[in-house]
Design a protein. Structure first.
Length: 494
């Protein structure tokens, strides 16, 4: 791994690839971790290896003049706005790290928005290509709530490992390593020789050359993948809709976030392909790559407000797994389309047809059935049809849901007790409405009672609404009867 060559230990390959993806695209990266987990040291070593002008800004106390410089008064007299640069101003920096981001008060947070997103300040361009930031977890005292607009500027969210979470051999490497800030006086007593534990400068330079070669190879792969992964954008768009539905709007991803996710997926895969090409490393399945990249691309757990990390992680995993067929080799995308339609349609008849006819997998069906059970809606017709299909083709309905499904079939609902109320509202339509309830079998009768009860909740009953209800009963009854016939044929064939 490249980070190990720079004296950064304990990282896994997946997180290193995400970091390299940020270097590839230049989209901003946010590091979240406890003090002492080498966040600033990481930025320093990467910049040193790549030979980039680098500076760390402490967002908790950096003043506007530190970043911008002081106005050039002589130029102002000529009507020209210009700032006097200094060693700490941003203009000539190429990679910057904004440290202590969530210790900055809101007014100091806001001044970084333009830099993070557009690499400009006060509208003037800078030479900055990479913007990284670092923060402590929200459990730390004296931290500030991060502005949502500021969080939204970052593409990738990484959690550097704490030393106690590492394997013992990695902890040993950390504690014996001496970096540039450690033991600063030791060289005074050793004739300025390099200390034994410090990564030699020649090794840092060699690693930088290797990273440059990797990123050039990855850039070519990135451009190729945009054409090869032609259904990726569709997957992300559908994933976002499903995630918003699953979390009841708590994780509603905006257009910028979707763009970040798209580029992150391409960039991480491009890095993996480049690594495999240059070093012969094993390429993991794209499904695994996509799963970890998606989670690292969605901002959660960065504030006290909103959804906690574990809940969000579960929701992301559920939605990803439901649509994961996009990443299967030789995937049947028409099947994935039906899964998506089943999960998102509000049309109960369409849902019933997909749920009871298509072979969409046990996980999908179990989730849809459980979601339906938790909804506040009349499921009598669907429950009756499902149980009838199950009788003809066992295994259609998850066995653990059969009992609860049967409880949705309530005979007392097949009653015309509401019809007498029409004597005070629309007595002239009583016979027509009663006639709609006369059906030749139980299924049609349940459909009729369901829609008649809906009709009776309308205050203004008219010939038009009665005709529309009659047509709906006919259409749904025919569709469900055909569904049962199909189930019987499949059952006989089996």
């Amino acid at each position: 791994m490249y980070l190990e060559q720079l004296g950064i230990y304990g990282w896994n390959e997946s997180d290193e690839n995400l970091l390299l993806a940020s270097l590839l695209t230049g989209d901003p990266l946010l590091l979240i971790g406890n003090h002492g987990c080498a966040k600033t040291h990481l930025g320093n070593k990467i910049a040193q290896a790549l030979g980039k002008k680098y500076l760390v800004y402490d967002a908790s106390k950096a003043m506007f003049e530190d970043v911008l410089g002081y106005p050039n008064t002589a130029k102002l007299q000529q009507g020209v706005v210009e700032y006097v640069p200094s060693p700490v101003t941003i203009w000539d920096k190429e990679l910057i790290l904004i440290d202590e981001l969530n210790r900055a008060v809101p007014e100091l947070q806001s001044k970084w928005l333009e830099v993070i997103r557009s690499r400009r300040i006060m509208g003037f361009p800078t030479q900055v290509n990479w913007v990284w930031a670092a923060m402590n977890p929200v459990t730390y005292s004296a931290t500030q709530t991060l502005d949502e607009a500021l969080i939204g500027r970052f593409a990738i969210f990484l959690f550097p490992p704490d030393v106690l979470s590492m394997p013992e051999d990695e902890r040993v490497r950390v504690l014996t390593h001496i970096n540039g800030d450690d033991a600063p006086s030791l060289s005074q007593w050793t004739d300025n020789r390099k200390t034994a534990g410090t990564v030699p400068h020649v090794q840092v330079e060699a690693c930088g050359r290797a990273i440059n070669e990797l990123l050039r190879a990855a850039a070519k792969r990135f451009l190729d993948l945009r054409c090869q992964l032609d259904t990726l954008a569709e997957f992300i768009a559908r994933f976002a809709a499903l995630l918003a539905q699953e979390t009841k709007g708590q994780l509603a991803l905006d257009g910028r976030r979707l763009g970040f996710i798209y580029r992150n997926l391409l960039a991480v895969r491009a890095v993996e392909l480049a690594k495999a090409e240059l070093s012969g490393s094993t390429l993991r399945p794209f499904t695994e790559t996509a799963r970890t990249t998606m989670m690292a691309s969605i901002p959660v757990g960065l504030n006290d407000e909103g959804m906690d990390f574990e809940t969000a992680e579960h929701a992301v995993a559920v939605c990803f797994d439901l649509l994961a067929g996009y990443f299967d080799e030789g995937a049947n995308l028409s099947l994935v389309d039906r899964v998506y339609e089943l999960l998102t349609t509000h049309d109960l008849m369409k849902k019933a047809g997909l749920l009871l006819q298509a072979d969409l997998g046990a996980m999908v069906k179990t989730k849809v059935w459980n979601d339906l059970m938790n909804e506040d809606r009349d499921l009598g017709v669907l429950a009756y049809t499902a149980l009838q299909v199950e009788a003809r083709r066992p295994g259609t309905v998850p066995s653990e849901l059969l009992e609860s499904l049967s409880q949705h079939i309530q005979p007392e609902k097949l009653s015309s007790r509401h019809i007498p109320a029409l004597e005070h509202r629309a007595v002239e339509y009583i016979e027509e409405i009663e006639a709609m309830l006369e059906q030749p079998d139980d299924l049609r009768r349940m459909v009729a009672f369901h829609h008649v009860n809906r009709l009776l909740r309308i205050w203004e009953i008219s010939p038009e609404t009665i005709q529309s209800t009659r047509e709906t009963i006919e259409q749904e009854s025919g569709a469900l009867a055909a569904l049962l016939d199909g189930a019987e044929e499949k059952g006989d064939a089996a």
